[in-house]
Design a binder for this molecule. Structure first.
Ligand code: MG
Length: 381
């Protein structure tokens, strides 16, 4: 019943959990791909000798050592990643980090495949391009991001005209309640201590700035074809309500559960069906759920993202690229925490705005924004 999987970003947080879900549901994994020929990838490969392994990067020496160490068929290069996404009748789990995931999303959708999308940057940077690939190829885009999986499920069977608004929940990250002056000296270690979700590095830093929520607002706009005025954000520190939809009749549907990414990953693979999972039964008893307004002044990333989303065209792509550079610079100790938002805003101010209709144009804008952001980082060090 479930199609074989192509797992992109196999060694990342989403990829590893997707492989676990596949094992639990006994779904075949046809291909797994990662950027680096790492020991971790070799270990995953040896557990699945029939799975083809694709490695996007690595030196020729590292590549041949890697291939010799595992029994699997191995292919190299980013073209091989795209080719894997194009294999027909597959479900492609896109767990690639960053704008690098766009080509694979487009390739998979053009082949009519289902994309279980964890790479929100595909939609943030290339929303119009992804939407046209979806229309052209007849594939399916099923969100893996917990908030979007929640909204996707709340919207099932509901006409779009009946939606009053959607409400994305945000944990608020590790710095919720702090003011800007408290954040000048926080370290990468402080920012990496996410209170409720266990995730990769970039998304964890993005959760601390609220850029992650900003990217998710843009993602929701493109996924559900909703105007930005219909998208709200509320801080919900317990991460139990994964998001909600309010309808015109005053009814609300919220998606509630443990913060466990394997649940939305599994749903993206089995949709429209549900399969038994290993998740513990959820208890409402004794839980206190709280909700508050986001502090938009301290965490200005949220409004930067709303503005970029409303502006459309290249603005969300520029924002995403600048954020990728700024987060990396922060993790390397080159800029402070508040510098992340500053780099993104200044990059948006500097890169000329344009429309994006082709993957090549998205890649060009992405590269230009990275150059501008890198120069800003150098100037700040
Ligand atoms: Mg999320």
């Amino acid at each position: 019943m479930n199609q074989p999987l192509v797992v992109l970003g196999a060694t990342g947080s989403i990829g590893v959990q997707a492989l676990e879900v596949a094992q639990h549901l006994e779904i075949a994994v046809d291909v797994m791909a990662a950027r680096h020929p790492s020991d971790h990838l070799a270990e995953l490969a040896r557990m699945r000798p029939d799975t083809t392994v694709v490695v996007a990067g690595g030196s020729s020496g590292d590549r041949s050592r890697f291939a010799e160490g595992i029994p699997n068929q191995v292919e190299f290069g980013s073209d091989a990643v795209e080719a894997a996404a194009r294999i027909e009748d597959r479900t492609v789990v896109n767990g690639i980090v960053g704008a690098a995931g766009l080509k694979a999303t487009v390739a998979a959708l053009e082949s009519g495949n289902r994309v279980a999308l964890a790479n929100k940057e595909s939609l943030v940077a290339g929303g119009p391009v992804v939407r046209s690939a979806l229309a052209r190829g007849g594939g399916e885009l099923i969100p893996v991001d917990s908030e979007h999986s929640a909204i996707f499920q709340c919207l099932l069977g509901e006409p779009r005209a009946s939606v009053r608004r959607i409400v994305l929940t945000a944990s608020g990250g590790p710095f919720r309640g702090r003011r800007a002056e408290d954040l000048a000296d926080v370290t990468p270690e402080d920012a990496l201590a996410h209170p409720t979700w266990d995730m990769g590095h970039r998304i964890t830093i993005d959760s601390a700035t609220l850029f992650n929520k900003g990217l998710e607002v843009v993602e929701a706009h493109f996924l559900f074809d909703l105007d930005f005025d219909l998208i709200d954000v509320v801080v919900h520190p317990q991460s139990i309500v994964h998001s909600a939809v309010e309808f015109v009749d005053g009814s609300l549907k919220a998606h509630v559960g443990h913060p466990d990414m394997r649940v939305p990953i599994q749903y993206a693979l089995t949709f429209p069906h549900r399969a038994a999972s290993t998740a513990d039964e959820f208890s409402f008893v004794g839980r206190e759920l709280t909700f508050e307004e986001p502090d938009r002044e301290t965490f200005s990333a949220l409004d930067i993202a709303f503005d970029a989303g409303r502006r459309g065209g290249s603005a969300p792509a520029v924002m995403n690229a600048a954020d990728e550079i700024a987060v990396e610079a922060f993790l390397q100790g080159r800029i402070g925490f508040l510098g992340i938002t500053e780099v993104v805003q200044r990059t948006l101010d500097q890169v000329e705005h344009r429309d994006l209709t082709e993957v090549a144009e998205v890649i060009e804008v992405d590269a230009e924004a990275r150059g501008v952001a890198s120069a800003l980082v150098s100037g700040m060090c």
